[in-house]
Design a protein around this ligand. Structure first.
Ligand code: UD1
Length: 332
């Protein structure tokens, strides 16, 4: 009998492609569905690739049948917070309505397991700068709200049917494949590690620090940076967990400790062997001073243990990928 399939939506994107690669290395039968709006075809290193939208119910229904899909890992989403503020319906359309359509197909086809990419943005600005899975959800932007609404649909669908789910709430994802095959290729990136590495290789003139007067040890914002390889591994653990009959659950994905903007920039300077051109600016609206994961539950429930919990490793892999991108497409 042919092995049951695993559908990865958004498998051509940053986190999706790293997870897909690990799933492929583990011998899974894979199919990626991605519309390539922000992803890259050559990041899909395993399985079949189908270009299309997760909201295309006819197409998704066919994939679920043709590949006898047992599990769906749903990465496909828009993820730029400021854009979600200026164009909220784009985010509700893609992150919420398209997810609803995908879930309807899964229900129809009797898919058993669903792993959903959610975000720490569902917590908004948690008290004390630390959020546990049962902390109040209070998103402060449409990106966070669009993901939280999908969490609710999933919760309710699992209560009503046999679909089991794991919701993974990502904190600040960084780093890239240590073997350099794939990485973060996002155009017009705004994330700190990406921007700082672009500045290090000369793609940007400078990197800004948004706010030096926060109530943190060095005055700059503190975040829980998680290496994308560890995050990808959490998805494989989640799949094992559901296959073994684990109950639907929601898990933070972070290390449980953080680094400041200055610490991140210091690590980039160390990795690059020369100083960055750093410009201190005012706070960016909507940025909490600190956002750290309460990170015990994922270890307890999935037995997940990080392998790359080290800022220098995270930054070195990000920088190595940025150098590769520069070689492939040198600055004019
Ligand atoms: C943002 C989103 C979060 C989302 C995540 C991944 C907000 C409030 N949060 O996280 O919901 O899940 O992206 O998409 O938008 N910084 C600088 N200079 C820069 C860029 C960032 O100083 O050029 C600082 C920020 O002020 C912050 C830290 O670096 O303190 C991390 O910022 P960033 O990488 O943009 O991620 P978040 O804003 O934490």
């Amino acid at each position: 009998m042919t092995k049951k399939g695993v559908l990865v939506t958004g498998g051509a994107g940053y986190i999706g492609s790293h997870t897909l690669r690990q799933l492929g290395e583990a011998g899974e039968r894979l199919v990626t569905l991605d519309n390539l709006s922000t992803g890259f075809r050559d990041a899909v290193l395993f399985g079949d690739f189908i270009e299309g939208d997760t909201s295309d119910q006819e197409l998704v229904g066919r994939i679920l049948r043709d590949y006898d899909i047992e599990a769906v890992l749903h990465f496909a989403a828009h993820t730029i917070v400021p854009e979600s503020v200026s164009n909220p319906l784009k985010y509700y359309g893609n992150n919420t309505c398209a997810t609803r359509r995908l879930l309807a197909c899964c229900q129809e086809a009797g898919v058993r397991h669903f792993i959903f990419s959610s975000t720490a943005a569902v917590y908004g600005i948690p008290e004390g700068g630390k959020a546990w899975e049962d902390s109040p959800t209070a998103p402060i932007n449409p990106y966070g709200s669009s993901k939280l609404m999908s969490e609710w649909m999933l919760r309710d669908l699992s209560a009503a049917t046999d679909l089991g789910h794991v919701i993974l709430r990502y904190f600040n994802v960084a780093g890239s494949d240590p073997q350099g095959r794939i990485g973060q290729s996002t155009r017009e990136a705004t994330l700190l590690t990406k921007v700082a590495c672009e500045a290090a290789v000369g793609k940007r003139e400078s990197v800004a620090i948004f706010g030096t007067d926060y109530p943190t040890p060095d005055g700059t914002g503190v975040r829980d940076y998680i290496h994308v390889e560890d995050l990808a591994a959490a998805h494989l653990r989640a799949l094992d967990y559901l296959r073994a009959g684990g109950a639907s659950t929601t898990l933070n994905c972070g290390y449980g400790h953080g680094y400041s903007v200055r610490e991140v920039l210091d690590a980039v300077e160390r990795a690059n062997g020369k100083p960055l051109n750093i410009i201190e600016q005012g706070r960016r609206p909507g940025d909490p001073p600190q956002l750290i994961a309460g990170a015990g539950r994922i270890r307890r429930e999935l037995g997940w243990e990080p392998r790359y919990d080290d800022l220098d490793t995270i930054v070195q892999t990000s920088l190595a990928w940025e150098r590769r991108l520069l070689k492939a497409a040198p600055c004019a």
